[in-house]
Write a protein that binds this ligand. Structure first.
Ligand code: ACO
Length: 327
């Protein structure tokens, strides 16, 4: 049996019911609806009340199966991209595997923050090809509201919770290739631009200082990094595929800031219409953002089978990941 490429069988997403509007935030923070909309494009975000990352991801996994003709027994691999797991162990992917009773699947979490979906596609593809596996679930899921200092206006207005995913199957049909090209890059020297999720307490023998678990971000530096590196990454992947921007139907960029997306479209000379955007409703959901966006625009039939799509994520690490697919 040959394993040449994969096909996206189904897409799914889930966000918590509770929404927090910009207006609601003005009652707890020194901010305004106008500032948030103008600087970020965000109107509201969905936040969990009782759910955790594994619960959000399990809902997506169940939907992915329902929208396919497969059962949980058919799944060989579950990958969850997250920077906000319920625990360090068990992994979110293991919890999803147990919850959906996918007894034949191995489960792996990855954490490349907002590039998680693109890195996840890279990893799933390699694992499917190299291990002769057939069906995989890839989910980006986040509970970022627990990592936010709700007294810090510079970060609290930005983030939201949610999960999205795809069910991928190996196919032998190389002429109908889904995967086209990728460009992944890590800039660990700049990791201190975005820090969140300090875990644990130092042992009594340790002299380590206790850090805050909440987001600390140098927003301006991350903004400049995104404007500089995302076009390079997209152009790198296009070059490898021997494609130009006109060949691409839609660009699905990580939803961190509408201004970043508009600036990138301007810088690359690509019409804004090709950049799909939903940050107004969800805020920044890190590894979940491109997956939620993809599912939304597949469901509304804006994205059609055969469309060429660029996914490009950027953020914590720092990391950047671009993947080009034909849906
Ligand atoms: N409401 C009102 N004023 C605010 C708020 C707020 N919520 N937040 C900051 N301000 C003030 C600041 O205090 C500052 O005031 P000052 O001029 O008196 O000092 C002023 O607004 C401007 O602040 P900047 O930080 O310079 O604002 P900027 O235009 O850069 O926007 C933002 C900030 C939205 C964070 C932007 O820098 C950004 O989007 N950066 C990129 C973030 C990103 O892409 N993250 C992705 C990765 S996240 C991850 O990996 C998990």
């Amino acid at each position: 049996m040959k394993f040449e490429d994969f096909k996206i069988i189904s897409t799914a997403s889930y966000v918590p019911e509770r929404t927090v509007t910009n207006k609601e935030l003005t009652s707890i923070l020194d901010t305004t609806d106008e500032w948030i909309v103008k600087r970020t494009g965000i109107n509201r975000r969905h936040v969990v009340t009782t759910e955790t990352t594994s619960v959000l991801c399990t809902k997506v996994a169940n939907q992915l199966l329902l929208k396919s003709s497969l059962t949980a027994d058919d799944i060989d691999l579950i990958v969850v991209a997250t920077m906000s797991p319920d625990y360090l162990t068990p992994s979110v992917s293991s919890m999803v595997q147990g919850n959906i009773k996918a007894k034949n699947a191995i489960a792996i979490d990855i954490n490349t923050a907002c590039s998680g979906f693109a890195y996840g596609i890279h990893l799933v593809r390699q694992l499917l090809i190299n291990n002769y596996k057939k069906n995989a679930i890839l989910i980006g899921g986040e509970n970022l509201s627990k990592l936010v200092d709700w007294n810090d206006r510079s970060t609290a207005v930005l983030f939201g919770d949610g999960a999205g995913g795809i069910l991928i199957s190996n196919t032998c049909i190389s002429e109908n290739s889904t995967f086209i090209a990728e460009d992944l890059k890590t800039l660990g020297n700049y990791g201190n631009y975005i820090v969140a999720g300090y875990t644990g307490q130092p042992a009594p023998f340790s002299t380590q200082k206790i850090e805050s678990p909440f987001f600390k971000m140098n927003g301006r530096k991350v903004y400049n990094f995104a404007i500089e590196e995302v076009p390079k990454s997209i152009n790198g992947a296009l070059k490898r595929a021997n494609l130009c921007t006109n060949d691409i139907d839609f660009f699905l960029l990580h939803q961190a800031n509408e201004r970043i997306i508009k600036r990138i479209s301007e810088k690359m000379g690509i019409s804004e219409d090709k950049f799909l955007i939903n940050i107004g409703e969800y805020g920044n959901t890190a590894a979940a953002s491109e997956a939620i966006l993809f599912d939304q625009f597949v469901n509304s039939k804006v994205i059609d089978r055969g469309d060429k799509i660029v996914f490009s994520g950027f953020g914590g690490g720092l990391s950047i990941g671009t993947v080009i697919i034909k849906y």
